[in-house]
Design a protein around this ligand. Structure first.
Ligand SMILES: [Fe+2]
Ligand SMILES: [Fe+2]
Length: 453
């Protein structure tokens, strides 16, 4: 029903956001909006933690990639909601408090998924589907003009969630390939749905149904298993016979070998997101900005390994065909503390900043090789690493008082790491494989030239 006719000269009124009728909707009060945003925030924060807790232990690289990406989106969503809540005259914010004990129980079950199928069912099929429902309901019921900043925020979140869910469903369709696995996926979905029903959904106002099931959780914080795992495609994961860090410096090596040692160096970064997972999950009580910074860095490191994967694809080689060392994440996750692991990461990144020996030089070498993918990869890798060195400095130096003190402590951790590192080298026969890869790449160049010419 139109209440009156307004002459807008044919121009969309209200900045094109909605009609006058929609703009008259009661929507949510500021108090209710804050309450709901706090529930959304709790879900985003929970998802960030769940993915961080499981990234190292899921064996499929493709799942690790998506976890690395999605946990950053979840961290960003939480950051954006926190900012929005802070604009709504609601101090104290209480953004790290549990908004509803029953939501906590639900998420506590989901993080206890065991294999990849359960994790994907929980984090995607159940939680992200519910998040999408809740976001759609909010967008539908809200007044888009009165709380327009919320509208813009949630609309962006919805799009991200839909994309993440689509990935999760495609991954599940691939992994759930037998009636047995279907039953397994269904059982876990039912399990989590029961705990969600007891919470009354993310809004908390659905009809509450008591849950009769025995929870996996004992009510304590989930103890993550930090041992990194990779699936059966990955061979000889402790083989460090290739001197990947030196080949690109060596002017007697062919340009091809120099370019691909840089590409392989990026691929080898698979262990960095594996070792950052425990840093994100286990270090508690920091401001949320710490978790967004580290989530971004974790995603960058995942991307760096993905860039290596792409670089090898460009050369016609599947990423898992030759050994990708896993000793660093194994040692850092099992023999050292998350704080030591963070110090080591920062120390490595800091050491890559000098012009003549660091990232700039890697990029210059890549440029000289004439390999366009290696050059592009190194260009952005360099930019990302400058940011990472700043992130490390921002969070670590204030804990240790000064740059010198932080460097000293980081060097001690580096020493412990390098001593432990010799242990994993003994877990491989160290059969040489690098010349074979270079040979294969050379052959591929010839083949590609023959087909294109
Ligand atoms: Fe990196
Ligand atoms: Fe980095």
């Amino acid at each position: 029903m139109k209440r009156t006719i307004i002459d807008n000269k044919g121009i969309p009124p209200l900045a094109g956001i909605c009609s006058y009728e929609d703009a008259c909707k009661p929507g949510f009060t500021v108090d209710r909006s804050v309450e709901l945003l706090k529930r959304f925030n709790y879900i985003s924060k929970g998802l960030n933690q769940m993915l961080a807790a499981h990234l190292a232990r899921v064996p499929e690289w493709e799942v690790k990639c998506a976890f690395g990406y999605h946990l950053w989106l979840d961290a960003e969503h939480s950051a954006a909601i926190r900012k929005r809540v802070s604009e709504m005259r609601e101090p104290p914010l209480g953004l790290d408090q549990v908004p509803d004990e029953k939501l906590r129980v639900w998420l506590d079950e989901a993080i206890r998924g065991d294999d990849t199928i359960e994790l994907l069912v929980g984090f995607y099929r159940v939680i992200r589907t519910e998040a999408i429902k809740a976001l759609n309901r909010y967008l539908d019921e809200m007044n888009r003009i009165t709380e327009h900043p919320t509208y813009r925020l949630l609309r962006g979140m919805l799009q991200d969630q839909e994309e993440m869910l689509a990935w999760g469903e495609q991954a599940l369709a691939a992994l759930v390939d037998s009636p047995e696995k279907e039953r397994h996926a269904e059982q876990w979905e039912q399990h989590l749905q029961s705990f969600l029903r007891e919470a009354g959904g993310i809004f908390g106002d659905d009809m509450l149904v008591a849950c009769e099931l025995t929870p996996r959780s004992d009510g304590q914080k989930y103890e993550m298993d930090p041992v990194p795992r990779r699936d059966e495609r990955f061979i000889d994961p402790y083989n460090t016979s290739a001197q990947i860090d030196t080949y690109f410096w060596d002017e007697s090596c062919s340009q091809e070998e120099r370019a691909y040692s840089l590409v392989y160096k990026r691929l080898r970064e698979m262990d960095v997101p594996e070792w950052m997972g425990p840093i994100l999950y286990k270090i508690e009580g920091k401001p949320w900005e710490y978790y967004t910074d580290l989530s971004r860095q974790l995603w960058d490191e995942t991307r760096h390994a993905m860039l290596g994967e792409i670089g090898l694809y460009y050369g016609g080689v599947p990423f898992y065909k030759y050994p990708i060392p896993m000793g660093a994440s194994m040692i850092l996750n099992t023999d050292l503390s998350p704080t030591e692991a963070h110090l080591i990461l920062w120390r490595i990144e800091q050491s890559l900043m000098p012009k003549q020996t660091g990232k700039q030089k890697e990029w210059e070498i890549a440029k000289d090789t004439g390999n366009p993918i290696a050059m592009l990869i190194q260009d952005y890798d360099w930019a990302d690493e400058v940011l990472h060195a700043q992130i490390g400095r921002k969070w670590l130096v204030k804990d240790y008082g000064s740059l010198t003190a932080t460097t000293e402590i980081a060097d001690q951790a580096m020493k412990v790491w390098s001593e432990a590192d010799t242990k994993t080298a003994a877990w491989s026969e160290q059969t040489e494989w690098w010349p074979q890869l270079i040979e294969e790449l050379r052959e591929n160049v010839k083949k590609l030239a023959a087909t294109s010419g």
